[in-house]
Design a protein around this ligand. Sequence first.
Ligand code: ATP
Ligand code: MG
Length: 137
Amino acid sequence: LERTFSIIKPDATRRNLTGKINAKFEEAGLRIVAQKRIHLTKAQAGEFYKVHAARPFYDELCEFMASAPIVAQVLEGEDAISKNREVMGATNPADAAEGTIRAEFAESVGENSVHGSDAPDTAAEEIAYFFSGLELV
Ligand code: ATP
Ligand code: MG
């Protein structure tokens, strides 16, 4: 079984959508094996999204990710990385397939409700950034 890292973003926690989003993961066969609510500083958000540092939306993205608590999660399942990204839908909710989390809940291309790791190396890195070995069983 594979593991991936997921974030329920501030736009979604603000609207009390954690349970509905988690139901989508579980219905897709993804098991929530670790989960915690945290409020990132802008600097921590910037560190997490540093691959996007040169993009025009970087400052806005860091501001947004620090604007309210997030729920950081580890999801486990068969092909968890690609399955999670399938359930999330396209980055821009206008392009997201029907039934996906972003189609149903995202407010805009920036405030798009969820993050999911895009490859095994980033998944491992992101899990380790947010969770200690003791929190992962
Ligand atoms: P994530 O990495 O959060 O799972 P993603 O892989 O679908 O999303 P990326 O291209 O990695 O998308 O962009 C990271 C995040 O930056 C997006 O999820 C979104 O919140 C924000 N973002 C991306 N493109 C834009 C944009 N054009 N304008 C504003 N914000 C954007
Ligand atoms: Mg990405």
